[in-house]
Ligand binder design. Structure first.
Ligand SMILES: [Ca+2]
Length: 419
């Protein structure tokens, strides 16, 4: 028979056990409310260049099979004592696989830079970049174009002669296989030139576009109707103002007069253009307000009949948004990914905002955290596959005291939602 003292002792032992069990249950409950454990929300920034020289200017495309293709300017062509030389590197990653080792797709004798890569509806890759041939006092930049079937080799590059200054070519492919290229012309007046390559391989004559001097082409996109759209940044000759200009090339080959779609004198950094299945064109740019520390993104869209939407802030609830790489989702929604600095230890939060067709911008959608290594992470190029996965590519130094950049890719699902 238990004494009163032992019964009291047993009662307290049972109570303590109950409290422990209750505590554990509470922890599980709170854990389930929080969703994934914090460590599961970390996204890996994969270093896909991983070599000694400076790796920068990435461009990314994803094909219908989910293979991700990245090109960039790489400062390690193996030419000793010629550090100013660069070459174009390429790496790819099949769906569910790992990244290939970087391979040179330009020659390493001439300095090549500013690659742009697109994939067409038949999964053919199209690559354009600039190459500098030293010819003494007259040394023009050349624009090199080559293409590749998924299972084949790159074609022998075809050449367009540019001017002496940087030409930074932009490329777009339309649904019938025409390859459109626009680039800067002349180191002094910054006119824009254009040529188109027919599917039979013939190039049109070069054409000066009606954009004014000091216009820098930023985005070129074809729509399903066969029209071509160009956006450029125009800087006034006194550098006091900057605006975003838009031009369209109709199916008959005629270019429209430039339309100033920002019209504030303070618009900068237009993002690549996005066209949706209905033929709507989305333009996004950055706007420098009176504060030197705050940049907002602005959006306008143009429907096929030529009407432009009013200008709206991209995700007005977000400070410090840098909408550099808009993407089109599978429901014609516009997706704008963005990294945010600032959790603990410099970790970066990868988020995106969505603008469904005809609707307003969504709240921020959370993808995960990138740890502080690499030192910071900026999205310079992005792609979106047919399984709702985002591929965000940027160049960053691997640590705070290293000055050569590497190319990083962060991959995340667009299905995740902030808890
Ligand atoms: Ca490198």
């Amino acid at each position: 028979m238990e004494t009163g003292k032992s019964m009291t002792s047993r009662f307290w032992r049972l109570s303590r056990l109950s409290l422990v069990l209750l505590g554990l249950a509470l922890l599980c409950f709170v854990g389930s409310l929080c969703g994934n454990k914090p460590e599961e929300q970390f996204l890996e920034a994969v270093n896909i260049s991983n070599n000694a020289g400076d790796s920068k200017n990435p461009s990314v495309a994803v094909d219908s099979r989910g293979t991700v293709h990245v090109v960039w300017t790489d400062g390690t062509p193996g030419i000793e004592n010629q550090t100013e030389y660069a070459a174009i590197c390429y790496a790819c990653k099949p769906r569910g696989g790992s990244w290939s080792a970087p391979a040179y797709v330009s020659d390493t004798l001439h300095s090549s830079s500013f690659p742009q890569l697109v994939v067409d509806r038949t999964d053919r890759l199209h690559l354009v970049y600039q190459t500098w041939w030293y010819l003494g006092s007259h040394s023009p930049q050349r624009i090199l174009y080559s293409w590749r079937e998924l299972s084949g080799d790159w074609s022998v590059p075809e050449t367009i002669v540019g001017s002496e200054d940087y030409v930074t070519p932009k490329i777009a492919v339309d649904s019938t296989g025409n390859v459109h290229v626009a680039w800067e012309w002349s180191p002094y007046s910054k006119r824009i030139r254009y040529a188109v390559r027919s599917p039979d391989g013939s190039w049109s004559p070069q054409q000066d576009l009606p954009a004014p001097s000091f216009s820098h082409p930023a985005g070129l996109a074809a729509d399903r109707l066969g029209n071509l759209h160009l956006v450029c940044e125009h800087v006034a000759t006194n550098y006091d103002s900057s605006d975003i200009l838009y031009l369209m090339r109709s199916t008959t080959g005629d270019w429209s007069v430039p339309l100033n779609i920002s019209n504030t004198g303070r618009a900068i950094w237009p993002a690549p253009l996005v066209t949706d299945r209905a033929g709507t064109v989305h333009a996004i740019w950055m706007f420098d307000t009176a504060s030197a520390y705050w940049h907002g993104g602005f959006h306008r869209s143009r429907v096929p009949d030529g009407q432009w939407s009013p200008r709206t802030l991209v995700a007005p609830q977000i400070d410090h948004l840098s909408p550099r790489v808009p993407l089109l989702g599978d429901g014609d929604e516009l997706i704008v990914p963005n990294p945010f600095a600032g959790r603990n230890d410099g970790e970066y939060e990868i988020v995106y905002v969505v603008k469904p067709a005809g609707e307003v911008w969504s709240d921020t959608v959370f993808c995960g955290f990138v740890k502080s290594d690499p030192y910071g992470f900026g999205v310079e190029a992005a792609a979106y596959d047919n399984q709702r996965r985002l591929y965000l590519v940027g160049s960053k130094s691997p640590s705070q005291h290293v000055y050569e950049n590497e190319i990083y890719c962060v991959e995340c699902s667009a299905e995740r939602r902030k808890q």
